[in-house]
Design a protein around this ligand. Structure first.
Ligand SMILES: Cc1cc2nc3c(=O)[nH]c(=O)nc-3n(C[C@H](O)[C@H](O)[C@H](O)COP(=O)(O)O)c2cc1C
Length: 330
């Protein structure tokens, strides 16, 4: 596994890169392993509540599990707004010896998060954001601290440059800038010009996030922002090969062939096996319904297979439904 010290806080590459962005209930160790195998330069865990970690709540620790199969640069993401509690949580993460960076969530727009003063709420209080970042950076050492934030709370208050500067001045090693305002949540097109403002405001790497669904999207987002890399969230769900495609495109290499139904099935079954190893067989049916069906998105018969997933009682039903779809197509 790559040691954080070797790579100085950025994913282990000097070239433009693509990372797997954090997604709650999706970017567990199984998905991260698949994405890293497919060519992601780094990945981030699901968001983890700092208070829960400090109190050792039983739902929190499993979010930081890591399979031996997950090889590569992984950041553990924390959320919260109390600098002391965040620092304590970062020390717990660092002591696990399992991750290469700590990432701080300063952009989640979900109501229950914002109402608690966490996530995107910190964008309204740059001074508090700065204190959180400083506390986290000190407590995470020697691991680098990353911050994931947004271009502002709403279009009337663009703040990408200011927020990136606050992060840099307080010790962040990298900022992932989601190019949508918090008021837009995850809808609409990202706005690269605001991400570009952040890039020109700081010297640390800025990773552009939002709306990347293909290697071509990644290349144009980089071109329009000057960012060091892109972070891909929904575009990688059921499509980890986006990382191989993006890597090839950014290196000027020919595009790999598009995934055949057989390759999709192979990746799907591998992902399923990893989930089973990580969380047990009971985790498969919910994961298949929640996001794994996307491996077959767009194929004829995928809708019927998804209905079979809804009726599935066990992991075997899920595997059979997927195999039947691909057999019909071959
Ligand atoms: C289901 C889901 C869960 C997410 N969970 C997190 C999270 O835990 N932490 C975080 O910083 N962002 C989270 N995000 C935001 C993504 O990391 C990303 O910023 C957003 O989806 C925009 O990127 P995309 O257009 O490539 O999907 C989540 C997004 C989705 C769709």
């Amino acid at each position: 596994m790559t040691g954080a010290s070797e790579v100085g806080g950025a994913p282990p590459t000097g070239r433009p890169f693509a990372t797997l962005a954090p997604m709650a209930e999706i970017t567990d160790s199984a998905f991260r392993a698949v994405a890293l195998e497919a060519g992601a330069a780094a990945a981030t865990t699901e968001m983890v509540c700092a208070a829960g970690l400090v109190r050792d709540s039983k739902n929190t620790k499993p979010l930081l599990a890591r399979l031996a199969d997950e090889r590569g640069f992984v950041a553990a993401q924390l959320y919260g707004h109390d600098p002391r509690e965040l620092a304590e949580a970062a020390r717990i993460v660092a002591a696990l010896g399992r991750f290469q960076a700590v990432d701080f969530n300063a952009g989640c727009p979900m109501r229950r998060i914002v109402e608690n003063g966490d996530g995107a709420a910190l964008m309204r209080d740059p001074a508090l954001l700065g204190r959180c970042v400083a506390a986290l950076a000190a407590a995470s050492a020697p691991l680098p601290l990353w911050v994931k934030t947004r271009i502002g709370t709403d279009p009337e208050h663009p703040a990408a440059a200011l927020l990136a500067r606050v992060c840099e001045e307080n010790g962040a090693a990298l900022v992932t800038m989601h190019g949508r305002f918090a008021s837009r949540a995850h809808a609409g097109d990202p706005e690269p010009r605001f991400v570009a403002d952040a890039v020109s405001a700081v010297r640390i790497p800025v990773v552009a996030n939002g709306g990347v669904r293909s290697a071509a999207d990644a290349a144009s987002f980089l071109e329009n922002t000057g960012a060091a890399g892109v972070a891909i969230a929904r575009g990688a769900v059921g499509a980890p090969w986006i990382f191989g495609e993006t890597r090839a495109a950014l290196a000027g290499l020919p595009a790999p062939p598009p995934p055949t139904p057989t390759l999709r099935l192979k990746e799907f079954l591998r992902h399923l096996d990893l989930i089973e190893r990580l969380s047990g067989p009971d985790a498969i049916v919910p994961a298949a319904r929640r996001h794994l069906f996307n491996y077959f998105r767009g194929l004829p018969g995928a809708a019927a297979m998804r209905r079979r997933f809804q009726e599935a009682r066990c992991a075997m039903d899920i595997r059979e439904a997927a195999r039947a779809l691909v057999e019909e197509l071959n």
